[in-house]
Design a binder for this molecule. Structure first.
Ligand code: HEM
Length: 416
């Protein structure tokens, strides 16, 4: 150094405190990617962890043989060092494939894969069309009832569509839908009072217990009945706790994410009408819009948790054995190392592959369903309301407060 100052290593900077409001998501992610391949972070309750935000390193990390998902590797949990009522405990300790490794993971995943067949997804095609039509009527009614002609696209369309679809898929009665969304939202939101999270968890487990009992007594052509049947065929290979954990995971993963995808796609198209024109002229497809939105404004932000089973170097940082690591799929989607200097540009003709459905053994099981829902929803929305536009300037949109999800809390629109 010529100026006499010591070089500053980005890895030595103070840990980045995760912002519970989710503000400036993409700008913060850019700073974290610049800081290193793995950045020390403070989780809620000042629990130390790490975040991986670069595309290549994320891919390597999630497939590394010395990286686990089972919380038996979570050092602070095992040493009982987590604050009481720690709001992220549910993510670490829910029983199901998302927190399982190796053979245990294969067993749980194969039961769901067998029940979640392409035939079952195809059968949902007409259901998604019909629900989309009904919800567009409701969206129009909501806008008509507002003195300024404004409706919240997230609340009236992007949320109820995947929620109704996932409930149909799982054989959950309509009466539970709204409550299940509220509970799921309390579990993923950073604005929930920490002491509420265990209660929300318990209530969700109780409702899903009732759903499972009803389907066991009166099986239907739904995923829950199929899971119960698969369990019986295989001599109780799926414990009751795992069945409930699987239902819970499917409900949360199946709607919070698709909701963000639809919301983010509408936002991006309103802000880039030239890209919408490319779809209208046939140069690009609705599927291209969905894939580019997944990359450009990925629905899943910081995904909890993975734990190195030994001290593990990632870039120039060594992540200690047992530390909780978040991988940021939203951040990886804008990594200039992977997508070039214009990674921050929404370009539906890009044709780039993204990691937004994960990578490796835990790759999203619901990807075909999410893609189908988003394509049908966007095409129907912009066909019926070609002049649909944001009702507020983009910079006024407030992010939904969550570490795991990425989308605005409300998307006020005018239908034109
Ligand atoms: C896993 C994203 C929709 C069910 C994942 C993972 C990601 C993801 C990133 C991997 C998590 C990890 O790092 O371990 C998304 C996105 C969606 C979506 C962006 C919508 C746009 C769905 C839907 C369902 C679903 C609709 C179910 C109907 C699951 C399940 C897993 C999973 C069961 C766990 C797989 C395993 O651990 O082996 N998803 N997901 N997802 N997703 Fe999705």
């Amino acid at each position: 150094m010529t100026d006499g100052r010591c070089p500053v290593s980005h890895a030595d900077l103070a840990p980045h405190r995760l912002d519970p409001t989710g503000a400036r998501q993409h700008a913060v992610n850019e700073e974290l990617r610049a800081r290193g391949a793995a950045v020390p972070v403070l989780l809620p309750g000042d629990v130390p962890g790490y975040a991986i935000t670069r595309h290549e390193e994320l891919k390597d990390f999630v497939t590394h043989p010395d990286v686990a998902k089972n919380a038996c590797h979570f050092a602070a949990l095992q040493r009982d060092e987590l604050p009481p009522g720690w709001p992220m405990r549910t993510f670490a300790t829910v029983r199901g494939m998302i927190t399982a490794d190796g053979e245990d993971h294969k067993r749980l995943r194969s039961l769901v894969t067998r029940a979640f067949t392409p035939r079952r997804v195809d059968a949902l095609h007409p259901v998604v069309h019909e629900l989309t039509g009904t919800l567009l009527d409701r969206l129009a009614a909501a806008a008509a009832a507002d003195p300024d002609g404004v409706a919240d696209l997230r609340r009236h369309f992007a949320l109820p569509l995947p929620m109704s679809v996932i409930c149909r898929l799982l054989g959950v009665d309509d009466q539970y839908q709204d409550r299940l969304h509220e509970l799921s939202n309390e579990i993923v939101s950073t604005h929930t009072a920490p002491e509420r999270v265990p209660d929300a968890n318990r209530e969700m487990v109780a409702i899903l217990g009732q759903v499972a009992a009803a389907r066991a007594k009166d099986p239907g052509d739904d995923l829950t009945s199929a899971l119960i049947a698969a369990r019986e065929e295989d001599g109780d290979r799926l414990a009751q706790e795992e069945l409930i954990g699987t239902l819970m995971l499917t409900i949360i993963a199946g709607h919070e994410t698709t909701l963000n995808l639809i919301t983010n796609a509408v936002r991006a198209l309103c802000n880039h009408r030239d890209q919408l024109d490319l779809v209208r002229s046939g140069t690009a497809s609705w599927a291209d819009v969905v894939e580019e939105t997944l990359r450009y404004d990925g629905p899943v932000s910081y995904f909890p948790f993975r734990y190195p089973t030994r001290d593990l170097p990632v870039g120039d940082t060594v992540i200690p054995k047992g530390a909780p690591v978040l991988v940021s799929y939203t951040a990886a989607g804008r990594d200039e190392r992977a997508y070039g200097p214009d990674a921050g540009r929404f370009d539906v003709t890009r044709g780039a592959r993204h990691l937004s459905f994960g990578h490796g053994a835990h790759f999203c099981l619901g990807a075909p369903l999410a893609r189908m829902e988003a394509v049908i929803a966007l095409e129907a929305l912009f066909t019926r309301f070609p002049d649909l536009d944001l009702a507020v300037p983009d910079e006024e949109l407030v992010p939904h407060p969550s570490f795991v999800g990425n989308s605005p809390q409300r998307l006020p629109i005018r239908l034109g």
